[in-house]
Design a protein around this ligand. Structure first.
Ligand code: KG4
Ligand code: ZN
Length: 342
């Protein structure tokens, strides 16, 4: 079964072709970073206009790289939420056009399910059940994954997503957008223990996250630092970046291990844009090795938003007989609990 996956949930126009739910034939992403860079974040109206310009060439390119034609496709999978409404609409209506004109079945995909299943694009994937942490600009959530389409939410961010905190702190530090990679790069020259920023573990049992307090603490520190009001001498922007990054990672690592212990599973998957962070990868691998836990990461291009991961989810939904009709609409909020179990 060959599936075309389309994702336009935020600021990347992406399309990928996947065979058999795991073999990537193509994965094309048209980034909008340059467009949004001067604004220090994604501007929704600009994003949807850019998707409109890019969707056709991106899908064409994904078919051409995969060496397939529309007639070779067995299905189209498209993200319908969560995400920016104007952006999602472009992908969904383009997919509707294709499904109608070429008479190919369509599946409506939850973006978070795409992130969870992105690990199946890799040659080595974990056995079920496993714990998945999806950590990106829009979400920070922990799931107990029992099978395809069977996800129990264990915890989630009560305020900012981890990636959002990276982006905001980078902006205050003047490191530019997108912030995650900028913070990671700057951190390499900094001392991670230089400033003790707060870690919000919430209650000892909680698997929820909260990053807004940390973001505020960093922002207040930077203000005092600009005014030469901090106690320590010669604190650099890299020290602040490294100390912030370590605070986020401490919380993520602790909660992933707690979720693992609670479920008793032996595999953990970390996906989403923040999973590209090399320090996070190293810290989690180190922590897990002491506990006999296998940690799985998709490669960076499957961590950030992409069409191939949507095609994986589409493969399983279409195989189980699920179909999305032409009246399907987008959903800015789409909790994973609302998904039809497979
Ligand atoms: O999954 P993604 O591409 O889009 C969303 O669904 O949000 O994730 C984008 C997020 C951004 O907040 C970006 O700053 C963050 O992932 N990110 C990183 C790194 N690379 C991307 N955060 C920390 N370290 C990185 N290396
Ligand atoms: Zn995403």
């Amino acid at each position: 079964m060959i599936i075309l996956g389309i994702d336009t949930s935020c600021d990347d126009t992406s399309a990928g072709v996947v065979e058999g739910g795991c073999h990537v034939l193509s994965n094309v992403v048209q980034s909008q970073v340059r467009l949004h860079h001067p604004h220090g974040g994604v501007v929704p109206e600009l994003a949807s206009r850019e998707h409109l310009r890019n969707i056709m060439p991106v899908v064409q390119e994904s078919l051409s790289q995969a060496k397939v034609q529309m007639a070779d496709l067995d299905g189209i999978a498209v993200t319908v939420g969560p995400g920016l409404v104007g952006s999602l609409l472009v992908g969904l209506y383009y997919a509707k056009g294709l499904t109608y004109v070429y008479d190919i079945p369509m599946a409506a995909i939850n973006h978070l399910e795409g992130h969870i299943l992105s690990i199946f694009l890799e040659e080595v994937a974990p056995p079920f059940p496993f714990v998945a942490l999806t950590v990106s600009g829009g979400h920070t959530s922990l799931y107990h994954v029992e099978g395809y389409g069977r996800y129990a939410l264990m915890g989630q961010s009560l305020d900012d997503a981890a990636g959002e905190a990276f982006d905001k702190v980078a902006k205050i530090l003047g490191l530019g957008y997108p912030g995650g990679i900028a913070i990671e790069d700057s951190s390499r020259d900094g001392l991670k223990d230089r400033i003790k920023f707060p870690r919000a573990y919430l209650s000892s049992e909680s698997l929820d996250f909260s990053f807004s307090g940390l973001k505020t603490a960093v922002s207040l520190y930077i203000k005092r630092w600009h005014n030469n009001q901090v106690e320590a001498d010669n604190v650099t922007p890299s020290d602040i970046a490294a100390s912030f990054q370590e605070a986020v990672i401490d919380v993520l690592v602790r909660k992933v291990l707690m979720a693992r212990e609670k479920t008793g599973v032996s595999s953990v998957v970390v996906a989403g844009g923040v999973a590209c962070n090399k320090r996070l990868r190293a810290r989690l691998l180190e922590a897990a090795s002491g506990e006999d836990v296998e940690v799985y990461y998709p490669r960076p291009e499957y961590c950030t938003d992409n069409g191939a991961m949507i095609a994986v989810a589409g493969y399983h939904r279409l195989s189980s007989g699920e179909r999305a009709g032409l009246s399907m609409d987008v959903r800015s909020k789409f909790p994973i609990q609302d998904l039809t179990p497979l």
